[in-house]
Design a protein around this ligand. Structure first.
Ligand SMILES: C[S@@+](CC[C@H](N)C(=O)[O-])C[C@H]1O[C@@H](n2cnc3c(N)ncnc32)[C@H](O)[C@@H]1O
Length: 270
């Protein structure tokens, strides 16, 4: 039995079941999904891999990775989400926490943390989760983690304001998150408690977990904040143009912190 537990309000947030449709419901979700799929298909080190999807929720990414031919195991602390993921073809789903993964050493070709670091507000626990990912990946394998950029709450605040609502996030809280990094569930009604990071912090946490020389990729970039994103992502011609431009800027250091999400990857040392 693991000593690690999610905070009650984080668990309650995910028990609502919204993750099933988060990446299809609106243009922002569809862009995040398309970009994560595009990045991972290029970065996963080969075909037919053993992949561990930590914080995989209901299996939105596990599903396509299994369909692509990978052997996918999903780990998530929220039982109701794991129950949904367990019904996906080709996906093994187990309850567990990123800080103490229920896995043997050096078993996986790739360990993905697409969510757990969002909710670990303590730096030591984020480094611990990365070290666990490193432990479970084989030497030469890939560790990949997604983080929320430090300006995401402020960007959302401005977007909501432009649309005539602040969705419960105050101007003061949105600036405090830029200063301190921590978004508390009681600051707003949209998301749960989260840590919003600058790219350099994430790279330093990778290094402290023994994952040197990480590469970093902007996921949505600043185009993800365009209010009329539907018109870009749902028009096949413009979508192609958007996706190509995002590929061109994805590793530009001056743009890594612009936009909502960042992907950081490292190869596990021998
Ligand atoms: C925003 S969802 C992301 C789901 C999916 N991976 C995606 O990219 O769309 C964050 C997920 O991280 C999980 N999570 C939160 N804290 C975690 C922890 N300490 N260990 C593992 N997973 C965690 C949540 O249960 C949730 O399913």
């Amino acid at each position: 039995m693991s000593e690690w537990r999610l905070e009650d309000e984080i668990e309650a947030y995910y028990r609502r079941g919204d993750e099933r449709e988060r990446l299809t419901r609106n243009a922002r979700g569809r862009l995040e999904f398309a970009r994560m799929q595009d990045l991972l298909r290029r970065l996963l080190p080969g075909e037919g891999l053993k992949v561990l999807d930590v914080g995989g929720a209901t299996g939105v990414h596990s599903a396509w990775m299994a369909a692509d031919g990978h052997d996918v195991t999903l780990v998530d602390p929220v039982e109701s989400q794991v129950a949904v993921a367990a019904r996906l073809p080709g996906v093994r789903a187990v309850v567990g926490d990123a800080r103490e993964l229920p896995c043997e050493d050096a078993v996986f070709d790739a360990v993905l943390l697409m969510g757990p670091l969002y909710h670990l507000t303590d730096r030591g626990q984020r480094v611990r989760a990365l070290a666990e990912a490193r432990r479970c990946a084989r030497p030469g394998g890939l560790v990949a983690a997604v983080t929320i950029n430090r300006t995401a709450g402020w960007g959302d605040y401005l977007l909501f304001k432009a649309g005539g609502s602040d969705k419960g996030l105050s101007a003061e809280a949105s600036l405090r998150v830029i200063r301190e990094g921590v978004l508390r569930h009681f600051d707003q009604g949209l998301f749960t408690t989260a840590y919003l990071a600058h790219p350099g912090e994430v790279a330093a946490e990778f290094a402290d977990a023994g994952l040197e020389d990480p590469a970093q990729y902007s996921v949505q970039g600043f185009p993800g904040l365009i209010p009329e994103l539907e018109r870009l992502i749902d028009d096949p011609e413009v979508r192609g143009h958007l996706m190509e431009g995002l590929r061109l800027i994805e590793t530009e250091p001056s743009l890594l912190g612009a936009g909502n999400h960042l992907l950081t990857t490292a190869v596990v040392p021998a």
